[in-house]
Write a protein that binds this ligand. Structure first.
Ligand code: 6PG
Length: 476
C-alpha cells in the first residue's frame, strides 16, 4: 500500500511530526539522509502506526500515493534547497512539497514560484510548539495554494493542537504567508520572553526576592490575565535547583542569550515594511547586548550608576502587582505591533491574512499560546481595529494598568534596572496617543539641511523654506 504522506528529515522535529501523523491514523513514508535515524524511529515507535521506511529518495517518492504529499524537515537555507533540488525531478505534476522548517518567507516565495512553474505545489508551513508540540499537537501555519490546502489541510488540522474543538491550523494565505506568520510568532516569542525577563529582573533585584519566591509569583500570575505557556514554564525554570551546586538553576546559567535568526528576520522585515515593532526589536537587541561579554566587562568597571536594589520599595505586594500590570500592558503593545506587521505584509503581498484566525491558531500548540489570544480573536472578529491597542478590551486593560506601568518604568530608571521592553512599549503607547509628535521638528531640520521639504497643517501642498536666504517659503 502506498503511504498517504512522507516525511524527509528525521531529526527531532521531523521524527515527532512523523509519529504524530502515524498516531493519527495516516500512513507515513520515512526518509532520512542517513538511514540509521529511519531505522531507529521504526524500531522504537513502529507500533504507533503505519510507517513505510525507505532508504533512497527514489524509493521514498515511489512509496507515496498521488498527489504526493512530501514533508521536508531539514535545516533552513541551503540544506532545504539541496533536498528540494534532489526531490523535484522525481515528482509528478500536482505533487505537494511541504517545508515545515523555520524558513525565511522570501525563500519560501522563491521556492513556491519555482515549483509552481514546474507544475508542483510548494507549501511553506510554520510549525510551532517545539519537540513536544510536534508530537502531541503543534500550531501549524501553512501557506501555499488553496488547492494544496484542500488535500493537505484535513491531515494537518487533525494532527494540530485543538482548543475548544477548533484546530490550531488554518490556511494562512498564498506562497510565503505561512512562514511570514511563523516568523512574526517567533518575534513575538522574543518580545514575550524579554518582558518576562524584565519582570523577573525587577522583582529579583528591585525587591530582593529569591528565585523560589519568584517561581511562586509567576505561578500565581499564570492563573490570571497573563496565563500562558511562557509564564507557566517561567515558574518551572525559576523553581528549579541546580543538582551540582544546590543553587537556583537560573543563577548558574551564563547570562548570554543566543538566537537562531527568526527574531532578527522579524525586525529586518519590519524595517523594510516601515512597521515599528519596537518590542520585538528591543528584545532582539537585548539578546545581542547580553552576548557581548568584553564590552559588558569594560562597562561594569567604568560606568557609574545606582546599585541595583538601592531604591527601596515600600509596599512589596503593590510593587509585585505593578510589575504584573506593566508586563501585561507591554505585552499588549508587542502583540499590537506584531499584528501591524502581519497586516502590512498581507497588504504588500496580497495575502489577505485573516488576523483573527492567527490568534485562533496560536491559542494552542505554539510557544506563545496564551489565554489572552481569545481576546485578540474577539478584537478582530468585527471591523479590523486601527491598532490592537484601540480595541475596547485592550484599550481598557492598558488604561487600567497604565499608572502601574509608569511607576515601574520610573522605578527601573531610578534603580538602574534595564527595562528596554517595558520602557519602549510605554514610549510607543504615549507616542501613538500624542496630539502632536516632534516629527514636525525633524521635518524642519530635514528641510533646513537638505531641502527635503515638508507639508503644512493648514494648507495642501509641499513646501520648502529658503533657510540660507531670506527664509521665505516656496512651494516645492
Ligand atoms: C517554536 C519556536 C521554535 C524555536 C525558536 C527558537 O515556535 O516552536 O519558536 O521555532 O524554538 O525558533 O528560536 P531562537 O533559537 O532564535 O531563540
Amino acid at each position: 500500500d502506498l503511504a498517504q504522506i512522507g516525511v524527509s528529515g528525521l531529526a527531532v522535529m521531523g521524527r515527532n511530526l512523523a509519529r504524530n501523523l502515524a498516531r493519527n491514523g495516516f500512513s507515513v513514508a520515512l526518509h532520512n539522509r542517513t538511514s540509521a535515524r529511519t531505522k531507529s524511529l521504526v524500531a522504537e515507535h513502529g507500533d504507533e502506526g503505519t510507517f513505510v521506511p525507505t532508504e533512497t529518495l527514489e524509493e521514498f517518492v515511489a512509496a507515496l500515493e498521488r498527489p504526493r504529499r512530501v514533508v521536508i524537515m531539514v535545516k533552513a537555507g541551503a540544506p532545504t534547497d539541496a533536498v528540494i533540488d534532489e526531490l523535484v525531478p522525481l515528482l509528478d505534476e500536482g505533487d505537494i512539497v511541504i517545508d515545515c522548517g523555520n524558513a525565511h518567507y522570501a525563500d519560501t516565495r522563491r521556492r513556491e514560484a519555482d515549483l509552481r512553474e514546474r507544475g508542483l505545489h510548494f507549501v511553506g508551513a510554520g510549525v510551532s510548539g517545539g519537540e513536544e508540540g510536534a508530537l502531541l499537537g503543534p500550531s501549524i501555519m501553512p501557506g501555499g495554494s488553496k488547492e494544496s490546502y484542500a488535500t493537505l489541510g484535513p491531515m494537518f488540522e487533525k494532527i494540530a493542537a485543538h482548543v475548544d474543538g477548533t484546530p490550531c491550523c488554518v490556511h494562512v494565505g498564498p506562497d510565503g504567508a505561512g512562514h511570514f506568520v511563523k516568523m512574526v510568532h517567533n518575534g513575538i516569542e522574543y518580545a514575550d520572553m524579554q518582558l518576562i525577563a524584565e519582570a523577573y529582573d525587577l522583582l529579583r533585584d528591585g525587591l530582593g526576592a529569591s528565585a523560589a519566591d519568584l517561581s511562586r509569583i509567576f505561578a500565581e500570575w499564570n492563573t490570571g490575565d497573563l496565563a500562558s505557556f511562557l509564564i507557566e514554564i517561567t515558574a518551572e525554570v525559576l523553581g528549579h535547583t541546580d543538582a551540582a551546586t544546590g543553587q537556583a538553576f537560573v543563577d548558574v546559567v551564563l547570562d548570554q542569550a543566543e538566537q537562531k535568526g527568526t527574531g532578527r528576520w522579524t525586525v529586518q522585515t519590519a524595517l523594510d515594511l516601515g512597521v515599528p515593532v519596537t518590542g520585538i526589536a528591543e528584545a532582539t537587541f537585548a539578546r545581542a547586548l547580553s552576548a557581548h561579554p568584553e564590552q559588558r566587562d569594560a562597562a561594569r568597571e567604568a560606568l557609574p550608576g545606582p546599585a541595583r536594589g538601592s531604591v527601596p520599595v515600600s509596599d512589596r505586594d503593590a510593587f509585585v502587582d505593578d510589575v504584573r500590570k506593566a508586563l501585561y500592558a507591554s505585552k499588549v503593545v508587542a502583540y499590537a505591533q506584531g499584528y501591524d506587521q502581519m497586516a502590512a505584509a498581507s497588504a504588500e503581498y496580497g495575502w489577505d491574512i485573516d488576523l483573527g484566525a492567527m490568534a485562533t491558531i496560536w491559542r494552542g500548540g505554539c510557544i506563545i499560546r496564551a489565554r489572552f489570544l481569545d481576546r485578540i480573536k474577539d478584537a478582530y472578529a468585527e471591523e479590523r481595529p486601527a491598532s490592537l491597542l484601540v480595541a475596547p478590551y485592550f484599550r481598557d486593560a492598558v488604561a487600567e494598568g497604565q499608572e502601574a506601568w509608569r511607576r515601574i518604568v520610573a522605578h527601573a530608571a531610578k534603580a538602574g534596572i534595564p527595562t528596554p521592553g517595558f520602557s519602549s512599549a510605554l514610549a510607543y503607547y504615549d507616542a501613538l496617543r500624542a496630539d502632536r509628535l516632534p516629527a514636525a521638528l525633524i521635518q524642519g531640520l530635514r528641510d533646513f539641511f537638505g531641502a527635503h521639504t515638508y507639508k503644512r497643517v493648514d494648507r495642501e501642498g509641499t513646501f520648502h523654506t529658503l533657510w540660507g536666504g531670506d527664509r521665505a517659503e516656496v512651494e516645492a
